[in-house]
Design a protein around this ligand. Structure first.
Ligand code: FES
Length: 258
């Protein structure tokens, strides 16, 4: 049986490799995945070398210099096989993980909202623009995706003259109706407290504050990114619909975002 140190190093390497795969699946930047995988391979190689020394403690170090080809000493051979196996294992795990990075990241960047999605309540009823009163806060979804965690939005009405449209967002808030992702950009809690007097949305988890009147900007607390905004329009029959996708990825930070 290998000594405890070797076992611990081997176990740690396996954990690190599993961590690298998990990071890739979660959509973390490839360079971080590769860094963790590289450390894992290094640790695994070290464990292999340590084990080789245990298996063949009596063979001199200079053996490698004197022995060639099929005559390599047992210690040298085991060391090389161990390091080679560690590298191969690292590559075998890192490559599929990296391949999954793209789709995983895409899945986190997109939601069911797209141009033409009609806005419905949590019970699936279409939302009429004239039903939303000043100071109201409604949780809404795209038609056909009620309950989708990443697609839930807060819908509020504000006085149009109070709204400062961000660059490129003119016309996103018809008649003062504004829609933002309900997932806090700090750690994904649902934002739910709206102070109409200040135009601020509060997250109850760690007190992040977002400015509804200025593109959902994070103005206080631990969140760094604004709440993604959905461009809205009022349809000919008075209902609300999206004219495009959300302005950014929803929820907590990944792949280097704060
Ligand atoms: S999750 Fe919203 S402030 Fe932390």
């Amino acid at each position: 049986l290998p000594p405890r140190g070797v076992l611990a190093a081997g176990g740690g390497a396996v954990l690190l490799l599993a961590g690298a795969v998990a990071l890739a699946v979660l959509g973390v930047e490839l360079r971080w995945v590769a860094a963790v995988a590289a450390v894992a391979v290094g640790v695994l190689g070290g464990a292999a070398v340590g084990w080789a020394k245990v298996l063949a403690p009596g063979e001199p170090d200079q053996e490698e210099r004197h022995v060639r080809g099929p005559g390599l000493g047992r210690r040298v051979l085991i060391t090389r096989v161990g390091v080679g196996a560690a590298v191969a294992l690292g590559v075998a795990l890192a490559v599929p993980a990296a391949r999954r990075l793209g789709p995983a990241e895409d899945a986190l960047r997109t939601t069911a909202w797209q141009a033409g999605s009609r806005v419905v309540t949590s019970t699936g009823e279409l939302v009429r623009a004239d039903e939303v009163a000043l100071g109201d806060l409604l949780t809404v979804y795209p038609e056909g995706a009620v309950g989708a965690h990443d697609a839930q939005l807060v819908l509020v009405r504000e006085l149009p003259e109070r709204i400062e449209a961000m660059a490129g967002r003119a016309g996103w808030s018809p008649e003062g109706l504004l829609a933002y992702s309900k997932l806090c950009t700090h750690m994904g809690c649902p934002v739910g407290l709206y102070q109409q007097r200040t135009g601020e949305l509060l997250c109850p988890c760690h007190q992040a504050v977002f400015d509804v009147l200025r593109g959902g900007e994070a103005v206080e607390g631990p969140a760094r990114r604004p709440l993604p905004q959905l461009p809205l329009a009022i349809t000919a029959d008075g209902h609300l619909a999206a004219t495009g996708e959300l302005s950014g990825p929803v929820g907590t930070g990944f792949w280097g975002r704060p």
